[in-house]
Design a protein around this ligand. Structure first.
Ligand code: ADP
Length: 264
């Protein structure tokens, strides 16, 4: 029986890709609990399996073993309609923003409300909510702009507004700040922190950038070669890593002490 406060549970999850050169094990025996309202970070070098893990949670990939539970329900055992509802409860932001180039900023944010199955927004309601969200992300002046007219940081703000438009229970962030300059990354992290404080939403924040993850996340898991080698409270893992790999990762990527990495 799942803890009623867990939003996502991964149980013995594995993913193997079949390729022309033979099978590639991208994930092996992943066990993870993400609680309601928690900001959970996954760190690891490129190729560790982070994106595959997110894609298995939001059903872009089907795990080859184990289970993904959303609010205690096994995604694989859900009906098509239930799965669609679960998927709508997961917002997603990516490194490449993935905005619709032919639509204005306002219409990009209206889009998930137009296709939502669990809400029925009238056009006017969707537009009002999109304007509120634009205000929240500090872009109310740019409602009529097209994505090509925005900076990278502005595009990611629009993507965040779009991702939270239908009040998801969890926001999946896959390298969401990696394409941005450091100062813009800090703005986006500040925005995500502000949203986390204001909404009862969980975050799963995936990045190869340990400093960024540690500045945002309550808990972290360290991935290596498709496995979680260590997880726990961020400060605990950062200051007292139990595994040799985590120590090596920390030594290789942190040039200043953890306390000085915080972005506020
Ligand atoms: P990360 O996000 O940590 O960089 P990925 O999840 O993208 O890692 O990749 C994990 C492993 O799975 C890598 O070895 C990658 O080459 C492999 N992989 C990912 N997607 C596919 C795919 N569609 N087909 C074959 N191999 C894949």
């Amino acid at each position: 029986m799942a803890n009623e406060e867990t939003i996502i549970q991964l149980k013995g999850m594995g993913k193997e890709f079949k390729t022309a050169n033979g099978p590639v094990v991208a994930l092996n025996d992943i066990n993870l609990d993400i609680y309601r309202g928690e900001i959970f970070g996954i760190i690891g070098l490129s190729g560790a399996g982070k994106s595959t893990l997110v894609r298995c949670i939001n059903m872009l990939e089907v795990p080859t073993s184990g289970q993904v539970l959303f609010e205690g329900e096994n995604l694989a055992a859900m009906s098509e309609a239930e799965r669609r509802m679960a998927r709508q409860s997961m917002g997603m932001i990516f490194q490449q923003f993935n905005l619709l180039s032919q639509r204005t900023v306002l219409k990009n944010i209206c889009f998930p409300m137009e296709i939502a199955k669990n809400h029925s927004y009238t056009k006017a309601e969707a537009k009002n909510r999109a304007m509120e969200l634009l205000k929240l992300v500090g872009l109310e002046e740019r409602a009529g702009a097209y994505p090509a007219q925005l900076s990278g940081g502005q595009k990611q703000r629009v993507a965040i507004a779009r991702a939270i438009a239908t009040n998801p229970k969890v926001l999946l962030c896959d390298e969401a700040t990696s394409a941005l300059d450091v100062s813009v990354q800090a703005q986006i992290i500040r925005l995500l922190k502000k949203l986390a404080d204001g909404m009862k939403m969980s975050y799963l924040f995936i990045s190869h950038d340990l400093a960024l993850v540690s500045s945002l996340c309550d808990k972290i898991a360290v991935m290596y070669h498709g496995e979680i080698v260590e997880s726990g409270a961020t400060r605990e893992v950062m200051e007292h890593p139990k595994e040799e790999y985590t120590r090596l990762l920390l030594d290789s990527v942190l040039s200043v002490p953890y306390g000085n990495q915080t972005i506020s």
